[in-house]
Design a binder for this molecule. Structure first.
Ligand SMILES: C[S@@+](CC[C@H](N)C(=O)[O-])C[C@H]1O[C@@H](n2cnc3c(N)ncnc32)[C@H](O)[C@@H]1O
Length: 267
């Protein structure tokens, strides 16, 4: 496996956020293209909540979730068992070296994975390799610099600056969304359907979820470890940013828009 660092890490505060995602809120652009009996691969599946929704859409076809982290793959398998989903399997592995022969799946999906990688084009080539000719590679990626929020708290500006430096220090491209179409073309896809969609955090519940998660992540997750180890921030700065996130979450006018790019690329 290549020596890359996944910027968010797998602290409970991170994995909890990922486990709240669904196929409906994260893969709506793909769902109408799925039909019963398809074989689907979800790379960088995390705790598997999106994979389970995709599995429902292809049943009785098989959905496979793959992630670099053994730990989250274990959580995904647990979630599947708890929900009694039988047409799904999870395994650890690397998107750069997928453990399947050419043309193994009808659909290969990735959600919020490529902008964490040092070589997203190589990942897309590998995803295409395991897709049957005529099948689909479906990817959705955030664009950090395109995120917007209100009120414009200086602590959130500080958070964005720090996140950009941490991710770029890992060789990743946090503004991956706007580059996704270009990456697909560079990987050799010629038939690519681009789209975009956003998540909005602007209700008390959604603000609590988003602001509360980041307030915790900046103090306790890999975000904090990397910022401190690399001398990008000190503890008081992290405390300040965390408090800023809580202040944002409590503001009844608080708004945070997170846009993502999507592609449906024909293999
Ligand atoms: C932001 S999370 C997204 C998880 C899930 N797709 C979702 O949207 O909730 C990115 C995931 O990609 C995984 N990942 C990072 N590098 C990887 C690699 N080289 N191969 C496979 N998975 C990888 C991480 O372990 C992490 O679980």
């Amino acid at each position: 496996m290549p020596q890359e660092t996944y910027s968010h890490g797998h602290h409970e505060s991170v994995v909890r956020t990922h486990a709240g995602r669904t196929a409906e809120d994260s893969a709506a652009y793909l769902l109408p293209r799925l039909s019963p009996g398809m074989d689907l691969l979800d790379v960088g599946c995390g705790p598997g909540s999106i994979t389970l929704g995709l599995a429902a859409a292809v049943a009785p076809g098989l959905a496979t979730g793959l992630d670099a982290s053994e730990e989250v793959v274990g959580l995904a398998a647990l979630a599947a068992a708890e929900r009694g989903v039988e047409n799904v399997r999870f395994r650890a592995g690397d998107v750069y070296e997928l453990p399947w022969p050419d043309a193994s799946f009808d659909v290969v999906h990735a959600h919020q994975v490529l902008h964490h990688l040092a070589d997203p084009v190589a990942a897309l080539r590998e995803m295409r390799r395991v897709t049957r000719p005529g099948g689909l590679v479906a990817v959705r990626e955030a664009d950090f610099a395109a995120m917007s929020w209100y009120p414009q708290l200086p602590e959130l500006e500080e958070w964005m600056d720090l996140y950009q430096r941490i991710a770029r220090g890992n060789g990743a491209e946090p503004d991956g969304g706007r580059r996704l179409l270009g990456w697909a073309l560079e990987a050799g896809f010629t038939d690519v359907d681009p789209s975009a969609s956003s998540w909005l955090y602007a209700t008390p519940e959604r603000r609590r979820e988003h602001g509360g998660s980041w307030a915790e992540r900046v103090l306790h997750s890999a975000f904090a470890e990397q910022a401190l180890e690399r001398g990008l921030a000190d503890r008081p700065a992290l405390e300040r940013i965390s408090a800023g996130w809580r202040r944002w979450a409590e503001d009844p006018a608080g708004w945070f828009l997170m846009p993502s790019a999507e592609i449906l690329a024909r293999a």
